[in-house]
Design a protein around this ligand. Structure first.
Ligand SMILES: *Cc1c(COP(=O)(O)O)cnc(C)c1O
Length: 393
């Protein structure tokens, strides 16, 4: 039976049968290790001849249920739920590079900590890192020729300017060059894009954001194609990046309502973006549904017609840092905090947070000006979100 994403989110992973009765939802398995009646069976579990739990660094049933649920949304051969989005990214990159050239071609517009991961963890280990404008296909083709990367890394929707690269074309180019494509799909979610279907090899999410959705859990996931799954599992068993069972339980609970929440959040974003467009204090709005969006053709090709994400960034006229601070301090409902994707609407100021480490001149060149703020719309009534922005502007 082929089920819709709303249905899969609610049912997948749950109701495994531990005995005569089946729990309706998956319990929290906090045990560090597992007993078998016969040691010969444990021997076969350790030997990976049969599936079974033995030690919590390898896997645990709560995590496994979450992985099954996430796999049902994203597609792919297998998933590994991790303690954070960043550790998921680190392991995905390691798996991609394991038997390839130690060179990463990455989108220049990436989540700040991802740039730090490349610069502070991978480069010192001898991995070459090259950055490219992922929305410029000619530049990507040339960079692939020059850098001969073992791995290409991109985000489906960039932060905070919400640009969208032609993932299907980039996957083709990466494959021809023998490179793995790793995609951070956090902003788009599997409701808007399933990168494995578009040719990516490894997909990463910060579960902290839309998928768990309530601002109460930190987590990440790697969803892998067949070719990288064994490597991911082996790296995972060795180093133990797994999400804990309590967090896995909370995330699973969150994911059940993710499709509902995300549709509402996207609908709210569309209305808020339209309202901001017509506001006299607003100089510019970045939102993927805009008719003049620089990547509109790619957006039309890759995303569903009715979903354009729930992230907006906008510039406020004649504002420097002090005026932006004052504007943000006037917000009463919108939560002024880092992160995104929660049920509550959130605002972040890239110049002091996600893009703080980047020199102001460089930021300016990237198009991230001191009057730019980023909004993640929640599930509140859109009138209340707009009213709060209105009184603060
Ligand atoms: C938050 C985020 C991450 C990092 O995830 P954590 O759960 O904070 O480790 C990576 N990529 C993107 C796009 C994010 O928004």
């Amino acid at each position: 039976m082929s089920l819709n994403i709303d249905t899969r989110a609610v049912h997948a992973g749950d109701r495994k049968k531990p005995g005569a009765a089946v729990p309706v939802t998956t319990p929290i398995y906090s045990a560090a290790s597992y007993i078998y009646d016969e040691t010969a069976v444990l021997d076969r579990v350790f030997g990976k001849e049969i599936a079974g739990d033995s030690y919590a660094r390898y896997e645990n049933p709560t995590n496994r249920a979450l992985e099954e649920q996430l796999l049902a949304l994203e597609g792919g051969a297998g998933a590994m739920a991790c303690a954070s989005g960043m550790i998921a990214l680190q392991f995905a990159l390691q798996a991609a590079l394991l038997d390839r050239r130690k060179s990463v071609l990455a989108a220049s517009a990436l989540y700040g900590a991802t740039i730090n991961l490349l610069r502070n963890v991978f480069e010192p280990m001898g991995v070459e890192v090259t950055l490219v404008d992922i929305c410029d296909l000619e530049a990507v083709a040339q960079a692939i020729q020059e850098a001969r990367p073992g791995c290409v890394l991109m985000e489906t929707i960039s932060n905070p300017l919400l640009r969208v690269g032609a993932m299907d074309r980039i996957a083709e180019m990466a494959r021809e060059a023998g490179a793995a494509l790793v995609v951070d799909n956090t902003f788009a979610t599997p409701m808007m894009a399933r990168p494995l279907e578009l040719g990516a090899n490894l997909v990463v999410h910060s579960l902290t954001k839309y998928l768990s959705g309530h601002g109460d859990v930190l987590g990440g996931v790697i969803v892998s194609d067949e070719g990288h799954l064994d490597t991911i599992r082996t790296l995972g068993r060795t180093a133990g990046p797994l999400l804990g069972p309590f967090e896995a339980y909370l995330t699973m609970r969150g994911v059940k309502t993710f499709p509902l929440r995300f549709r509402r959040q996207c609908g709210n974003a569309r209305q808020v973006a339209a309202w901001l467009e017509s506001h006299p204090r607003v100089a510019r709005v970045n939102y993927p549904a805009a008719a003049d969006h620089p990547d509109r053709d790619v957006i039309r090709r890759l995303f569903p017609a009715d979903l354009h994400g729930a992230m907006i960034s906008f510039e406020i006229k004649d504002c420097g840092k002090p005026e932006i601070f004052a504007f943000m301090d006037r917000l009463r409902l919108v939560v002024r905090a880092t992160s995104l994707g929660d049920v509550h609407t959130m605002m972040l100021y890239p110049a002091i947070s996600s893009h703080r480490e980047i020199a102001p001149k460089q930021r300016e060149r990237m198009g991230i000006r001191d009057n730019l703020v980023r909004l993640s719309t929640g599930i509140e009534s859109v009138e209340d979100i707009v009213a709060d922005l209105e009184q603060a502007l």
